[in-house]
Ligand binder design. Sequence first.
Ligand code: OGA
Ligand code: MN
Length: 380
Amino acid sequence: MKMAKMAAPVAERGQDAFKKLFKFYKRRVPPPHFSDVIDFAKGLRNEKVFAAKLNLAAISERDAQGAGLRPIKDWNAYGLEGYPGFVFISNPFLPGSQQYWVTQGLKVYPQKPNVCNLDIHMPPAETKNIWERSAERIRNKSGSKSEGKTLLEKLRWVTLGYHYNWDTKTYSAERHTAFPADLAKLSGHLAAACGFPGFRAEAGILNYYHTDSSLGIHVDESELDHSWPLLSFSFGQSAVFLLGGAKREDAATAMFMHSGDVMVMSGASRLLYHAVPRIVSPPAGFPSPLGPPEEDAPEDSLVSRVSEEDWEVCARYIEASRVNVTVRQVLAPGQLFSAAANSGPAVPPSGESYHQEETTRDENSKPKRRRSGCEHSADS
Ligand code: OGA
Ligand code: MN
């Protein structure tokens, strides 16, 4: 028998159900219990969880392996009662291959011409070599606070492809650079397996979370074509993810996202409100999915072995951080941005968004505080 606990406010309806749940999981003192959080790593044990059907023929085993993925037939894919179009794939990665994607997220994707929060307050010369300027110091960190944060530790978001404009909440033809080919391939594989062949990775947002970070309640609707799925990859520390309804006040369901997990929001779930109230350590005894590869990937693979030197830095970083990669198709096939409606001015983003620990967009969609993009103040 379980001890009587104050239930998480999951069943509540009406005005502030989502907001209440968000605050419940975000609370530091006393810490919440997590017994109502669905854990897809435990398979079908929750009555709301069912096995999702994938297209097993969508990609060959060789293509899967090339992207660091297990064959689709070996993936554990789940649906959630009441959320049609939502698919949760519990770590489909081959042992060892997450190292590659984590390293891309920390060393490669923050590089120019991609855009990051640090660009707002720093001259381009300083944000050019985030990795080089940070790696040695992270490797040698003693843990003492007085050392100050490296650029890598100040990184909060990176945008890829069509660079999201946080101010106008739009994408535009003017703010575009090449989307990383490896991540586009990985995304295409995941989308195809979920029934979306032809998905084009056109925009990406990477979110970097630390133990006190959260992501406020929001919906991703800036993409012009909502018939394509939104993909989300998690690496490093785990998170509590809240999936709500079509209205901001609708009740939400809490679930864990662990390293390697992939979430797909499509169909009726594409435009649902969601949030990340809390970063948590993986459960005790959770097998580390971040070890080295057991064997070298084939010659023609996208993924390659990460050097020990680089991995030392990444491993240090994700000891207390989570890297989330979201990938979106922005335009319908053949669609162009219409100059009048959708082209925001080609200005760098000022960084006002929900993507910061102290910026919870839970009041009238407005950030409570403007964030600097460079500072990282602990939550109170
Ligand atoms: C986003 C997002 C969720 C996450 O970037 O839009 O919702 O799991 N990320 O970090
Ligand atoms: Mn989102």
